[in-house]
Unconditional design. Sequence first.
Length: 464
Amino acid sequence: MTAVVIVGGGPGGYEAALVARQLGADVTLIDSHGIGGSAVLTDCVPSKTLIATSNVMNTAAESGGLGVLIDGQPAASHLLSVDLDVVNTRVKTLATAQSEDIHARLIREGVRVVRGQGRLNGANFVLATTPEGGEVTYRADAVLLATGARPRQLADAMPDGERILNWEQLYELKELPTRLIVVGSGVTGAEFASAYHGLGSRVVLISSRDRVLPGEDSDAASVLEEVYARRGLEVISQARALSARRTEDGVVVKLADGREIFGSHVLMAVGSIPNTEHLGLPGAGVDTDNNGFIKVDRVSRTNTRGVYAAGDCTGVFMLASVAAMQGRIAMWHALGDAVHPLDLHLVSSNVFTSPEISTVGLTQKDLDAGNFRGDVIMLPFATNARAKMQDQHDGFVKIFCRRGSRLIAGAVVVGVNASELIHVLTVALAQRMTVDELASAFTVYPSLSGSIAEAARRLHVHSE
C-alpha cells in the first residue's frame, strides 16, 4: 500500500487526505494547529461569519426605502447596534464546529491524524514532533506539504492582541472598536473595513495605492469606493503606514508623509508570509522562491521527487479553493489517477466586501494589454428589475468574450451575492461556452442572474 504523509491540516491537506484514502493509500496527516487550518479556524470561516452579521446590519440600515421602520422610525444605521462579544462567540463556535466535523470525517475515512509539528527528514521521511516533545518518523512514498501562511508583521507595528491587531486576533475583542484604522487596502483590509463599518465602527482605511483593491477590476473597485464614500467609510489613499503604537486610550498610526492617524484600534492587513522555515526543505533539496514560498508546477510537484506542496505555502493563488484543488491534484498525480493540471484561468474568486466582487478568467487588464482580442459588455444592476425590488442598485455584470469565436473569456460580478452568481459564468468558461449558448439558457424573471443572460445577449454578433 502506498504511504502518503501530509503535513498541514488546512484545505490543501485534508482534501488531499480524503482523495488519497479514496484511492487506497495509507494516509498520515500531521497537524499542529487544528484541522481546517487558518481557513477554518482564523481566516475564511470566522471572517465570513462576521461579515454575515455585518451584511444583515447593512441591509437593515438601508431598508428605509422599502418602508421598513425600526421603533416607528425609518430604518437607519444609528438605530442599530451589535453585541460584538456575542458575535465573536458565535464566530469561534462555528469555526470550532467546522474543524471538528472535518476531523471526524478524516477519522471515519481511515486517515491517521497526528497532532504535532511535521518536517522533512530527507525526501522520503517525515519527522513529527509531538506537543509532549516526543518524535516519530513516518516513511512516505509521497509527501504533501500544506502548512499555509500567517499574517505579515511590521517591526514598528507589532500586534499586541488588544489594540494593535492582526486578522487572527480580532475575534477576541469583547467590544466594538469605536474608531478602527485598517492598514492595507488589499482583499483582507477591504473586507474587514467593510465589515466593521457595517457593524457600527467608524473606519479609516489606509491604502498605499491610489485606490482600494489595486489587484481587482478597476470598475469594481470604483463601485466599492463609491459605496464606502456614501456610507461614510474614510479612505486615505497613497499613504504608507510606517508604525503603529499604543496611546493611553487607543492607537496612533504614523504615515510616511508625517501625518498621524488616531483611533481606538488598528488592524494590520499587510500581507502574508509562508510557514515554510521549519519544514526541513534545504535538507530534502526542495526549492523556494525569494519570499520563502515553495515552488511547484501545475500538478503540485516540487523539484524533489515524491514531494508535493499545496495551498498558501506555495503562494500560487492564496484561496482555500485553490489550496484544496492543489491538494487533490497532488494525490491524483502521486497515486496514478487521471489528473488535469491546475488552470488558474478557471479559478473564480470573491472579495466579501459589501457589495461583493467576484471574478473569473481573463480581465480588463488582459484586454487592455492586448493579451487577447475580445469584446466586453458591462451591465449595471441598476437596470435589473429584481435589484430594483430589493433596493440594491450598486454593482454590475461584466462579461468578456473572444473576438471571432465568441467564447466566454472572463467575467466580473459586483453586487449582493456575487459569490453565488459567478458560478454560472465559471461553468460557462470551463465548458467553453459561447455568449450565444449562455444567452440561450432560460433564467428566472425577475432575478439578478437575468442580467448575466442579458449581458451575453448584448455580445451577440449578427452573422451574415
